[in-house]
Ligand binder design. Structure first.
Ligand SMILES: NC(=O)c1ccc[n+]([C@@H]2O[C@H](COP(=O)([O-])OP(=O)(O)OC[C@H]3O[C@@H](n4cnc5c(N)ncnc54)[C@H](O)[C@@H]3O)[C@@H](O)[C@H]2O)c1
Length: 417
């Protein structure tokens, strides 16, 4: 088949490479000239995706994959499949800014020819594929949906860094606007994916499946956090409690922690609630998880006038990404309580920390420390590396408590009094 992939990010580019590897003819489209230059040179524009560099070198050299800035022209060549996976930017309350998705749908619509199937992979609120994207495609092209062209939704479910392994292991979900469109979408995905391709019966079911699996994680973490707060009052170790509960096959409780951050888990429950405002659990889980940074600060005791070091501004260990990071809430909470917060993160320079609104730690004396991200480097921290610290709150359970115990510096962990 011939395919076009629009937006060559951490998700779109591996998909384009996977299509080419399966022997198809692929054009990848992006607005960033650096991305286009890298891809056309057979290199990945970003690090960390296992196998991607090798695959790009091979497929670009073989002439099966090329990158272009011109989405409409690429789509006008009447490919069988167009995959759109642009980012959906949201505000602090997780309300979507539709401009990029609308622009991408408009560019695809302007080139659309009869016979093409368009698949939306960006995670969206339920109804977006049918009620927002399809009218733009129809309006720009003058073609009739489900007569001249098909539209499906197929959620991206992979974890960046191991996209190819994930694409090979769990089902790819596809939901159409009509049964015929869905069948066509399934056939197209089966032509390049090794895993099961599962028809969902409708675009809405496929959209909801993605929101269901991500919201489940938010609910589950919220439950772990509530157990942890109770365990703190009881003086028991919630880690041992959760391990024990999970030792029979019906319990899958996640881990408590200082914050739930990132582009996905704090955002998609809000998409679910936008369509189902009567749902109580997602809203309750969000409230529980959003209260955790303040709870972690509570564990520091009175911080007035104290210099407190925040370790890790990334939303989680090992990724240079601050979307919805708990570090912002920790900083604001410390400031509101009269502390003097400073921050350190092995993935960010002092200038980058300043740009993010933090006062970078100069390595000098601090009164207390709060670990916000589980960077691997932190596992080997000792009191000697934290001069002056008299108390450490380990919000991720990542520190080795032994050297702190030996030096008489208490380490408090959430749910592990
Ligand atoms: N990263 C993940 O782990 C992950 C996991 C599951 C789902 N997703 C979904 O995939 C979507 C994309 O995520 P990502 O991580 O690939 O994003 P990304 O930030 O890595 O890449 C986005 C790409 O889109 C390009 N772009 C922006 N506007 C464009 C336009 N108008 N036309 C063409 N290209 C344009 C950018 O230049 C960039 O290369 C997310 O919004 C999310 O819905 C991501």
């Amino acid at each position: 088949m011939r395919a076009v992939v629009v937006a060559l990010g951490k998700i779109g580019l591996p998909l384009a490479a996977q299509l080419a590897r399966a022997g198809h003819d692929v054009v990848g489209c992006d607005v960033d000239p650096r991305v286009l230059e890298c891809v056309n040179a057979g290199r990945s524009p970003f690090p960390g995706e296992a196998g991607l560099d090798e695959m790009l070198a091979e497929q670009v050299a073989a002439g099966r994959l090329r990158a272009s800035a011109d989405t409409s022209t690429a789509v006008a060549e009447a490919p069988d499949l167009v995959i759109a996976v642009p980012p959906l930017v949201v505000d602090a309350a997780a309300r979507p800014d539709w401009s990029v998705l609308d622009a991408v749908a408009g560019a695809i619509g302007a080139g659309l020819r009869p016979g093409t199937t368009v698949s939306v992979e960006t995670t969206v609120p339920v109804g977006t594929t049918r009620e927002r994207v399809t009218p733009i495609l129809a309006g720009e092209s003058g073609l009739r949906p489900e007569q001249d062209f098909h539209v499906v939704f197929s959620p991206e479910r992979v974890f960046s860094g191991r996209v190819f392994a994930d694409l090979a292991s769990y089902p790819k979900l596809v939901g159409g606007l009509t049964p015929a469109g869905e069948a066509r979408g399934i056939a197209l995905y089966e032509a390049f994916l090794p895993a099961e391709v599962r028809g969902m019966g409708s675009a809405e079911a496929a959209e909801l499946a993605k929101l269901a699996e991500t919201t489940y994680r938010d609910l589950n973490i919220a439950y772990a956090n509530e157990l942890a707060r109770y365990a703190d009052r009881l003086g028991v170790d919630v880690g041992a409690v959760i391990d024990a509960a999970n030792s029979q096959p019906f319990s899958h409780i996640h881990r408590p922690g200082v914050a739930v951050g990132g582009h996905c888990i704090p955002v998609y429950p809000r998409f679910l609630l936008a369509g189902a405002p009567e749902a109580r659990l997602p809203a309750a889980a969000r409230a529980v998880n959003e209260a955790m940074p303040a709870y972690a600060v509570d564990l520091l005791g009175d911080v007035r006038g104290r210099r407190v070091l925040i370790l890790g501004v990334a939303y989680r260990g090992g990724v240079k990404e601050t979307a919805f990071s708990g570090a912002f809430a920790v900083r604001d909470e410390l400031t509101a309580r009269g502390a003097d917060p400073v921050a350190q993160d092995p993935l960010y320079t002092a200038d980058e920390l300043t740009d993010l609104g933090y006062n970078p730690w100069d390595g000098g004396t601090v009164d207390a420390v709060l670990v916000q991200a589980d960077h691997a480097d932190y596992a080997s921290l000792t009191p000697a590396g934290l001069p002056g610290a008299r108390l450490v709150v380990d919000g991720r359970g990542v520190l080795d408590p032994a050297p702190f115990a030996a030096a008489g510096v208490p380490v408090r962990r959430i749910g592990r009094a």
